[in-house]
Design a protein around this ligand. Structure first.
Ligand SMILES: *Cc1c(COP(=O)(O)O)cnc(C)c1O
Length: 402
């Protein structure tokens, strides 16, 4: 035994630890308050300690935790129905994470064609910069070398094309293609919005070629972009969708949603999960939907997103040597940095503002969807101070070097 942490060191963690949370704030044991614009990486959609979620979890915890999928789970029936009623989908499979929701989506797409007697169609076209999770199949789907390295042969069946490149999609389609897997807005990839016209074109290509359009809304779904689901911005309907992060508000859960036709191969026994759809998760998922579907909630997200964007544009004008561009949609925003994004995250943390990095040298700003003008104003003030401090240090370092 040693004094080193007993956790596998797969995360480069900050030593910062929190004891409790209140709305948009995280509080350390010493009482230091941090404005949480990372929100557990787009998970704490309703912030911390939301009374409706706490109540739902407590009430369910006193009744029943887990029964397995051998039995009917009424809260799960209800959540599936509500998700279907508010989306393109007819049927839902519950899992415990984003990667599992994607695994189910990938398996569903393959099984759909197998069920039709076209088992040779199993490949999915994916996009550069994608992130679909860390299981063996989802790292293959994401295609990022840094996540594939050292884990043996890559799972077969994914053909990656440049981000948003429709000609490359067309060229990649062959007799083995089952569908296209795409994030309407890439989160990890650098808050890159797929133009709505591109998503519409992908829908047309899939219709013409008889392919399934599978969207990964693990990060951008459940209100984050100001619509319940990001595909709505394009005015199209996918065939399959993976969601996770925001739907649990911090309780681990994921889901694969599909049309009845796309899911026609998913018959009894072909897929499963011990924990997926358990009563605790279902109670919390329903409670999240109660809030997100309440009249005016998504409009609030849209308004706060616009306000935040405007204020961030001012930040860019004031700090051109540190930040260059605002991107994203709703409250899934990114600041493309000139300075290294890791330095910016640390500088903002120094001002008590939590954010998270992403690809393309971006810092992600993912406030809880309940954030108001007050918290957004506070975040902008802290970004301004953090960038000034960073710029001061950079000038200092340059001066010292001379
Ligand atoms: C986070 C994420 C995943 C993986 O979710 P996990 O819960 O970490 O397995 C998949 N796709 C997207 C778009 C994500 O942001």
């Amino acid at each position: 035994m040693t004094d080193a942490s007993a956790l596998m060191p797969v995360f480069a963690r900050s030593p910062l630890a929190f004891e409790r949370g209140e709305g948009c704030w995280l509080i350390t044991a010493e009482g230091d308050r941090y404005l949480d614009f990372a929100a557990g990486i787009a998970v704490n959609s309703l912030g911390h300690g939301h009374p409706h979620l706490v109540e739902a979890l407590k009430t369910q915890a006193e009744k029943l935790w887990h029964v397995s999928n051998l039995y009917s789970i009424p809260e799960g029936e209800r959540l599936a129905k509500r998700l279907a009623d508010n989306s393109f989908a007819d049927v839902v499979f519950f899992a415990n994470s984003g990667a599992e929701a994607l695994e189910a989506s990938i398996k569903l797409a393959r099984k759909h064609f197998h069920h039709k007697g076209e088992g040779e169609r199993y490949r999915l076209i994916t996009f550069e910069g994608a992130f679909h999770g860390r299981t063996l199949a989802t790292i293959a789907a994401g295609g990022q070398q840094k996540y594939l390295e050292g884990f043996g042969p890559k799972v077969e069946g994914f053909d990656q094309v440049p981000f948003g490149d429709l000609a490359a999609v067309e060229a990649a389609i062959g007799p083995e293609t089952a569908g296209v897997l795409v994030e309407p807005l890439q989160g990890e990839g650098g808050v890159r919005v797929l133009p709505p016209s591109t998503l519409r074109a992908l829908r047309e290509i899939c219709d013409r070629e008889g392919l399934l359009l599978v969207v990964d809304e693990v990060q951008c779904g459940v209100g984050r972009t100001g619509k319940l689901f990001a595909y709505e911005h394009a005015g199209i309907l996918p065939d399959v969708m993976a969601i996770a992060k925001g739907i649990g508000g911090g309780f681990p859960m994921g889901a694969c949603l599909a049309t009845r036709e796309a899911a026609d191969g998913m018959t009894a026994g072909v897929h499963g999960s011990t924990f997926g759809g358990n009563p605790l998760a279902m109670a919390v998922g329903n409670a999240v939907l109660d809030v997100v579907l309440a009249p005016g909630f998504l409009e609030h997200v849209q308004q706060m997103g616009l306000l935040f964007r405007q204020r961030l544009a001012e930040v860019i004008d004031a700090h051109p040597s540190s930040v260059a561009e605002v991107r994203g949609e709703g409250l899934l925003l990114g600041l493309r940095c000139v300075a290294p994004n890791g330095d910016v995250v640390v500088a903002l943390r120094g001002e008590g503002l939590l954010t998270v990095g992403a690809g393309e040298n971006v810092v992600r700003l993912l406030p809880p969807l309940i954030a108001t003008e007050v918290e957004i104003g506070e975040a902008v003030a802290r970004i301004d101070r953090g960038l000034s401090a960073l710029e001061g240090r950079m000038i200092g370092a340059r001066g010292a070097a001379e």
